[in-house]
Design a protein around this ligand. Structure first.
Ligand SMILES: [Zn+2]
Length: 410
């Protein structure tokens, strides 16, 4: 039976969102948390972008030494041979790639302005796929940008060409959030049946349906006989109105009426990590979680009216579809109300040793403390906010990886 896998694109779609960004250390923590959660793949960045090179290499190292265990780390580039060449030149150990090219008439005319025909698009894509294999890629996904505004006949031809060149998956991009659950179901089913490779669903929320269209597309792919790979972001952060939210998508697949009887998540996704990753992404993007966010909003388990409060106290299932414990919520959060000493870009070694001592980290010498502090200062320069405990622990544990992450040389 075909399954549903999750590909998180926070470190690509999320960070290319207007007015938002993450430091390289923050992107790394997102990958570590996704791995802990059992997510299949992270689209971890842009291998042709020079300021990403050290970060991408450092994360591949974390995978090699087993800090990141099962998560596929996949780079996103344009589906042209030149990008494939640059990607492997800058990041030679890259294993997983997604190659993207526009397929709709709107974008072929509107972006390429008559410089490319539909056949050119297919030729460029297949040559890029061949180049990626030649460089030793282990998986190569092909993305049809604006697929939802592409006519089905051409999209099938594009998909079949990708498959003939060995593409691992076809990404159906509802780039503008134009689909509804009914239309995407039909298209995804047709693609699965006729192209005959696993289908990725990349949906946006411009019409408020990103999770719904993702689910319907996944159902279409599976009914068509193929695995489905849903693209998600943490807290739904992505271009414009955002992408399908990671936590809401897991809840929709596993808790919605009858769905999980036939359509199941592949691998072992640990929903109890939801609260941690949502809180971290909110802090690092500096974007609050809406109070009514499914599962992780502050009102997601709040009851006030007499009838609801009484009902939920008698039996939570009266007014709750799932329990807060399932999302890793419920632990009290300790906030220091007295003296606070934090580690920032101008901290000194004694304050820093105090902060780390509170986490029971002891340094062998003042020199070692000084060296870690130096890295923490740089991390603060990039993040512009106090580091969280797990970031400090990461730097203390993997100082050489952290040094690489923090090294940006134009
Ligand atoms: Zn997108």
């Amino acid at each position: 039976m075909s399954k549903i896998y999750l590909i998180d694109v926070t470190n690509r779609d999320g960070v290319q969102t207007a007015k938002l960004g993450l430091s390289k250390l923050e992107k790394t923590m997102v990958n570590i948390y996704l791995d802990e959660m059992g997510i299949f793949q992270s689209e971890f960045g842009f291998p042709t972008t020079r300021h990403e090179t050290n970060y991408l290499q450092a994360n591949l190292e974390l995978a090699e030494i087993g800090v990141i265990k099962n998560l596929h780390l996949e780079g996103w580039i344009r589906a042209i041979v030149a990008d494939v060449e640059t990607a492997f030149k800058l990041v030679p150990r890259l294993k997983h790639l997604n190659l993207s090219i526009s397929t709709s008439e709107q974008m072929i005319q509107g972006k390429f302005q008559g410089r490319k025909t539909r056949d050119d698009i297919i030729n460029e894509m297949t040559r890029a796929v061949d180049a990626a294999w030649a460089h030793g890629a282990e998986t190569v996904g092909v993305n049809a940008e604006d697929a939802s505004r592409t006519d089905l006949g051409y999209l099938l031809k594009f998909g079949v060409a990708a498959k003939e060149h060995g593409a691992s998956r076809l990404r159906y991009c509802d780039t503008l959030g134009y689909d509804n659950p009914f239309t995407i179901y039909e298209t995804a089913k047709a693609l699965a049946e006729e192209v005959n490779i696993p289908i990725e669903l990349h949906c946006h929320g411009d019409l408020g349906m990103a999770v719904a269209t993702s689910l319907a597309g996944a159902k279409g792919a599976i009914d068509g006989g193929q695995d489905a790979y849903i693209n998600v972001t943490v807290n739904g952060i992505g271009e414009r109105a955002g992408n399908a939210d990671l936590v809401a998508t897991i809840l929709a697949v596993t808790k919605s009426k009858g769905f999980a009887e036939k359509y199941k998540l592949g691998g072992s996704v640990d929903l109890t990590k939801a609260w941690k990753i949502a809180k971290y992404a909110s802090y690092s993007f500096d974007v609050p979680i809406p109070i009514n966010q499914p599962g992780v909003g502050s009102n997601a388990f709040a009851h006030e009216s007499g009838i609801h409060a009484d009902g939920v106290l008698k039996d939570p299932e009266n007014y709750e579809l799932y329990g807060f414990e399932e999302l890793g919520r419920g632990e009290p959060e300790l906030v220091d109300t007295g003296r606070q000493i934090s580690a920032g870009e101008y901290s000194g070694v004694s304050g820093f040793s105090h902060v780390m001592g509170e986490m029971e980290i002891k340094f062998a010498s003042r020199e070692e403390a000084q060296e870690i502090l130096e890295l923490v200062r740089y991390a603060n320069v990039q993040a512009h906010k106090p580091l969280v405990e797990e970031e400090l622990l990461f730097i203390a544990k993997y100082p050489e990886v952290a040094r690489k992450l923090l090294t940006l040389v134009p």
